[in-house]
Design a protein around this ligand. Sequence first.
Ligand code: FO1
Length: 326
Amino acid sequence: MRITVLAGGVGAARFLRGLKAEAPDADITVIGNTGDDISLFGLHVSPDLDTVMYTLGGGISEEQGWGRDGDSFTVLGELNAYSAGSGWSGPDWFNLGDKDFATHIVRTSMLAAGQPLSAATAALCQRWRPGVTLIPMTDDWAETHVVLAGDPGQPGPGPGTVHFQEWWVRLHAAVPAADIIVEGAAQARPAPGVLEAIAAADVVLFPPSNPVVSIGAILAVPAIADAVRAKTVVGVSPIIGGAPVRGMADACLAAIGVPATAQAVAAHYGPGLLNGWLVDEQDKAAVDAPELAGITVRALPLYMTSLAATATIARAALDLAQDLRG
Ligand code: FO1
């Protein structure tokens, strides 16, 4: 069975562990979000690609959901020491670990040698062996930026726009966002293998990733959205009981005017894209919601509290896809 998954960070990576356990013989291709990517200290950092690679490859920091297990932060401390008072300064709010730096150095050196991001990702996966084919959504530049909401009482230009990571990590998404834009996505081409993996898939899955900055960023690449629309797509709600299970997807949804409910997220994707939708039992009202006509909704426990629980969710997604394909 061929499964293609559009993946963001932590939620997707944990879901993929369950999917691999539930379908060990499946050929799984993961299309990873690169809108989160950021250049720091001259290095290209790909947080969502690394979270999938480390999680499935066994190198993830479990408590953080990002970065390497058992990492130290000596290099970052040294960089910050140079920032103080010298003519140079670098961000001190993005915690890059010493082991993690090696990943960004390998990636950046391959990019500097003219290799595309997809080749660098494949090279890094040679070490981690995640058990899936991990392909970035595009090899072109595409970056998620957040337009900060100005103070309605203040005339003049708003506070401006920041890189998603600065909003997410430094500002903790606490400053309201007026909009979230994936710069460059409209011109970006799918990376080699992306369209083929979508076309060849028996099912395309949306794991419980952030619908705006993860799944939404991948779908912002026009050719990808068009290819996905032609397939049977089953999604897993990242929102349970009106709140994101993890992260701050509600702040992202508010930025685009979508309520943080399992039903509203499915309606946001729409029946032209989404064919099946799994919601938690707390949201079972979505099963018969007229707003979701055209989308088959099923309710079951959605908390990924263990590998077995996650595998059960993955099984439900595959079964729904099977039923939808007839
Ligand atoms: N997220 C944080 O909240 N704080 C951090 O200091 C942080 C560092 C970091 C370093 C490498 C990396 O690959 C990811 C990192 N993240 C951090 C997560 C990152 O912001 C992700 O993009 C989000 O979790 C959304 O996927």
